[in-house]
Design a protein around this ligand. Structure first.
Ligand code: G
Ligand code: G
Ligand code: NA
Ligand code: MN
Length: 257
């Protein structure tokens, strides 16, 4: 209840921040993009993990204004990095189920892209499997309208939800993010090796690109490379960090060119 009360005022009190975690080219370590991750430091409740407050925001509907704020902030940031010659950074933003079911979603995304001037191809929306299982035709229609804006779509936490291979065929998805639970024990657990291998071969056949989550060791990178996995994200490269710290990660890339 404390959390709910605090969340109701968090936007007006300016208590949110967005951290960024790099998405890296597994072949050469180049930063290709970022995932925007919401942070909350509330006046009354202190720092609260999104794992705690996002579900409350989802239940109360507060996730709509908050999610819109995150999207605007992340797009603004990516456009700013581009303007400073630090880009391009493909910006990944998590979408909640309520946002996905909002009939105005596509209009909101289009408006934010126009306001911020971010090239639509630099925005990636991260969806979860659970959002895609409901009414198939409705879902396909929304995904097509989002794609028509020129953005890309990812399935987050792939393999943990209600996986249905049917939707991968029907839905215009660009990236699959392999959930970190399948990555953590690579390359020692033969079950996880088999699972990630199967995901990779399916992705290749369906022409979906792969992002491995939770990459923490060079051994994981070596194995993921053998699968043809394009990108990785995890503590090996960086934790989610504030915008200024992310900028420092981008600079060396810039100087190398
Ligand atoms: O880094 P981490 O503790 O931030 O993330 C915890 C969980 O919160 C993850 O499942 C992540 O997807 C979710 N999360 C973080 N930021 C956002 C956001 O802006 N919107 C939504 N819907 N979920 C988020
Ligand atoms: O559900 P989602 O994939 O959006 O979750 C992102 C969460 O994963 C964030 O809480 C982030 O801090 C966490 N995370 C990112 N990289 C790693 C990692 O290498 N190891 C672990 N354990 N967690 C990670
Ligand atoms: Na995510
Ligand atoms: Mn994830």
């Amino acid at each position: 209840l404390h959390i709910e009360t605090g969340l109701r005022r968090a936007l007006e009190r300016n208590e949110f921040d967005v951290h960024y975690q790099p998405k890296v080219d597994l072949m050469n370590g180049d930063i290709l993009g970022a995932e925007a991750l919401l942070r909350w430091d509330g006046r009354d409740v202190g720092k609260v993990s999104p794992m705690e407050f996002v579900p409350v925001a989802e239940e109360t509907g507060l996730v709509q204004p908050i999610g819109e704020w995150v999207l605007r902030r992340a797009c603004t940031q990516a456009a700013l990095w581009r303007d400073r010659g630090l880009g391009p950074v493909r910006m990944g933003v998590n979408l909640s189920a309520r946002q996905f079911n909002d009939p105005d979603l596509v209009t909101k995304v289009r408006t934010i892209l126009e306001e911020t001037g971010l090239d639509p191809s630099m925005l990636d929306l991260e969806l979860t499997e659970s959002m895609l299982v409901e009414d198939g035709d409705q879902v396909v229609a929304v995904l097509r309208r989002l794609k028509a804006l020129g953005i890309t779509l990812s399935i987050d936490d792939f393999g943990t939800g209600y996986s249905s291979f049917g939707y991968l065929k029907r839905f215009p998805i660009d990236f699959i993010k392999i959930d970190r639970s399948f990555v953590v024990d690579l390359p020692n657990n033969i079950d996880d090796m088999a699972i990630t291998r199967a995901i990779a071969s399916m992705a290749s056949a369906l022409r979906l690109r792969l992002v491995a989550e939770g990459v923490e060791t060079n051994e994981q990178v070596a194995f993921l490379r053998t699968l043809g996995c394009d990108q990785g994200q995890g503590f090996l490269y960086s934790r989610p960090v504030p915008a200024v710290a992310f900028e420092a990660l981008l600079r060396p890339r810039h100087l190398r060119i």
